[in-house]
Design a protein around this ligand. Structure first.
Ligand code: SF4
Ligand code: SF4
Length: 167
């Protein structure tokens, strides 16, 4: 195509780009920006942490607590965390103007209290996760609150007792 033809088309069509930041940018319905975690819905299960490709989401245990940390400086805005979250706690926003003067301002934390195995004291679930598991399954809170190893042991003993009783 000749330069004259290109100039003719440009003159006919006019400006096609936005004068951002003087005009609002054009955000399509598919546009993905930073994420927002709803503290009232999050269980602290860590599914989003495991799927996040650049480790923008991390779970940091500290004593009786565990913090879900989101570092937007690493986020690639893929939205995979929102897809796997079983609690529907993650919203993919359209926010993209994310600069900050301090790196700490790029981190958000959501702190959960941990429960401990009633047999060995090992950390098991977060309190919110334990409540969600008990609500969604037929097992009791007492049974769910035990760590997987001791839960297996207790289950095996119960089966052995039942088999013994049946003989
Ligand atoms: S409930 Fe959702 S947001 Fe919270 S840790 Fe699990 S996957 Fe992440
Ligand atoms: S949008 Fe993608 S990169 Fe960002 S926190 Fe979620 S999974 Fe990680």
């Amino acid at each position: 195509m000749s330069v004259a033809k290109i100039l003719e088309i440009a003159a006919r069509v006019g400006r096609v780009t936005r004068r951002y930041p003087y005009q609002p940018p054009l955000l399509t319905p598919e546009f993905r920006g930073s994420i927002r975690v709803d503290p009232s819905r999050c269980w602290g299960c860590g599914a989003c942490v495991r799927i996040c490709p650049p480790n923008a989401l991390t779970l940091k245990p500290s004593g009786k607590m565990v913090a879900l940390e989101y570092f937007v400086g690493r986020c690639i805005f893929c939205g995979m965390c929102a897809e796997v979250c079983p609690a529907g706690a993650i919203e993919v926003t359209k926010e993209f103007e994310l600069s900050a003067t301090s790196i700490e301002d790029l981190r958000t934390r959501l702190v959960h209290r941990l429960t401990r195995c009633s047999v060995c004291g090992a950390p098991t679930w977060t309190e919110a996760e334990l409540r969600a598991v008990v609500k969604a399954s037929p097992i009791t809170e007492e049974y769910a609150a035990i760590c997987p190893e001791h839960r297996r042991e207790r289950f095996a003993k119960a089966v052995a007792l039942r088999l013994g009783a049946g003989e």
